[in-house]
Every structure is written in C-alpha cells, then in structure tokens.
Design a binder for this molecule. Structure first.
Ligand code: MRU
Length: 341
C-alpha cells in the first residue's frame, strides 16, 4: 500500500493518516481542497517527497472539482486552488514543486477535459517516479553501509514520508535487502515524535532492529561508539545548507565532533538551485505542540514558546548527499546536480 495515491473514480486523494500512528492505521479519502490543506497543515500527510505527491494530486483533484467548462476561466480557477495547496507549508520545496509540475503539464491543454487528463497523468507520474527514485537512493546509499553498522536517524524519512520505500530509511532497507545486518537508532523527534511514532513503527514492521532514544541522547550514544553513521532526509537542500526536522543540526555538529559520517538522503526534487539558507522561511508551529501532550499541560499554559519545525545544517557538516543519481561528496557541484535534476 502506498502512503498517498489518487482514485479518479471517486475523485479522492487517499492517504494514511500519520497523526494516528502507531496506534491506528487508517486511510483517509480526501475529497476537497480545504480538507487536503488541513491534512497537510496538521501533518496527516508529511515528509518532503510525500508532500510533492500531495501537491500534484491536489491540482489533479482541483481539476475534477471545478465545474468550469471554459478553459480560459478554468485555468485561473485551478491556479487559485493550486496556490492554496502550495502555501500550506513553506519549508519543504517538494510541495510547491509538485504543484507547479502539474500546472506546467496542463499548459498545452486546449480544453477542460484535456487539462484534467494531463493533470491526472502528471500527478500519477510524480508518485510513480518517487517510488523509482527512492529505490535508486536506497541502492546508492546502501553501498555506504557495512554489514553490522548502526545508523542513527532523526524524524521519519521512511516510506510514510514518501510514496513508498523512503529516503534515509530507504538506504537502510536496501542495505538490509542486500543481506547486510543493520541496526537503527531512532531519535524520538520532539515535539511531534515522528521518530518514535513512525520510524520505530516502520522499522518494527520490516523486522529491522530499532532502538528509540530521546533527541538529547545522540551525543552520549556517539561518544560511547554506538553509532557508525547518521543518515537523515531533507526538506530542502540549498547550495549552503540542508533543511530538515528541528534537531538535525545538533546531530550533525555532534557527528562532526565524534568523526562520524553524516549522510543526507533525498531526491533531486528536494534541491533548491535558486536560493540560499538566508532566503528560506522556516515554518513555525503552534506553541501548544510544546506546551502540551494531548490535553495534559507540560509547561505553564501561557509560557512563551519558540517552535520552529526545521533547522538548517551548514553543508560543511555534511559528508555526502545521496540522491537517485549517486553519492555526492561535499563540496557539492550544484551546477552538475542542476543538470541531473
Ligand atoms: O514536519 P515533517 O514531519 O513533514 O518533517 C519531515 C522531515 O523533516 C523529514 O526528515 C524530511 O521531510 C525528509 S522525508 C524523506
């Protein structure tokens, strides 16, 4: 089963509600743009490559929902819905990339029916392509892992963050598939616990040994020699930095200090060839994500909170970026990567 897919018969985006994991595995059928935006904002669907697919399917859904029959009025209608979806979360570049890829595919349409078919086809292609690319990332990255290695990871860059297989966890999966015995240390990833809830669940489901630690323990386990390398995903990669879940930067600094390789696994669609770290908006999320656990207060109800969802890891802390095109050692040749993208 894919994390996200589209059913043209019922005009719905089908996605696993990740906020319920690991307690419940439920597939939602999303039938409106507002519900899709809600699902993205509340992280029912999350992770950069899955957001790329959500963006593409969102535009496809908009084309089916629109009652407009005049192509001249239809396209601006769709563009409005597309912008609504693309601006739901600002940091992962894949969301807007997926939306724009489908809008561009519709450009040549001479009538509404043709536009719908082009949109549907392109959105489906984004999803299918993601599975192929994750497989390639996995195979490229697996060559970096040795039999018996322990990989520390942060957040969830697994099949739930993609359409299938995963990026960072795809590397682990491919290494295991090739016969290597790999263990995973998963950081819990406060405050929304994608590491404990989703990565630990995914690894358990695959029978890959996983140990959960709190985010603040990564330095300790590195110092004790319990980590052979760090592999994480990315939400956006600029020429000078990797944006990923808050806490990633701390693991990178600690890995550098302990001389442990720090790998980033991501498709080429996660690269931003135009902007630099200083230009990127980091999403800030609701204060109650830190103040509360469910309904229980973990802090004074009115305490001031700073809750950025992502951080930027300077490129000099990264050993290599693993993409579907290969293993790219840092310093990256961004011109060459732009040609490959
Ligand atoms: O806020 P999230 O859960 O969408 O953040 C996800 C991450 O930071 C992932 O590590 C990243 O998107 C890579 S997913 C292959």
């Amino acid at each position: 089963l894919r994390t996200i897919s589209f059913d043209p018969e019922t005009a719905s985006v089908e996605l696993v509600d990740q906020t319920l994991l690991p307690a419940e595995f439920r597939v939602l059928k999303i039938k409106t743009i507002d519900d899709l935006c809600e699902a993205i904002a509340s992280l029912r669907v999350r992770g950069a490559p899955a957001l790329g697919a959500a963006g593409g399917f969102g535009v496809a859904l908009a084309t089916l929902l629109s009652g407009e029959t005049d192509i001249g009025k239809f396209k601006p209608d769709i563009a409005r819905d597309a912008e609504k979806v693309a601006s739901t979360r600002p940091t992962a570049v894949n969301l807007r990339w997926g939306v724009e890829r489908v809008l561009t595919a519709m450009d040549t349409a001479g009538n509404v029916e043709e536009a719908r078919q082009l949109a549907l086809h392109e959105a489906q292609e984004i999803a299918d392509d993601d599975v192929r690319r994750c497989r390639a990332i996995g195979e490229n990255g697996a060559s970096l892992l040795r039999d018996g290695d322990t990989v520390l990871t942060h957040c969830n860059a697994g099949r739930m963050a993609c359409v299938d297989w995963g990026t960072a966890l795809g590397v682990v999966r491919s290494a295991v598939e090739s016969g290597k015995r790999i263990k995973v240390i998963s950081c819990e990833t406060r405050p929304l616990n994608q590491g404990s809830r989703i990565t630990c669940w995914e690894m358990g489901d695959d029978g890959i040994p996983v140990t959960l630690i709190s985010d603040s323990m990564s330095g300790m386990v590195m110092r004790r020699g319990m980590v052979d390398c760090v592999v994480v995903g990315a939400d956006r990669i600029t020429g000078d930095a990797v944006f990923n879940k808050i806490g990633t930067y701390s693991h990178a600094v600690l890995a550098k200090h302990h001389d442990i390789p720090f790998y980033v696994a991501a498709p080429l669609s996660t690269f931003d060839f135009e902007l630099l770290e200083k230009d990127i908006i980091i999403e800030e999320r609701d204060a109650d994500e830190l103040r509360k656990c469910g309904e229980k207060l973990l802090a004074p109800a009115d305490v001031r909170v700073y809750n950025p969802a992502f951080d930027a890891t300077p490129m000099e802390l990264v050993t290599a970026v693993i993409t579907e095109a290969g293993v790219h050692r840092v310093p990256l040749d961004m011109d060459e990567l732009a040609r490959l993208a």
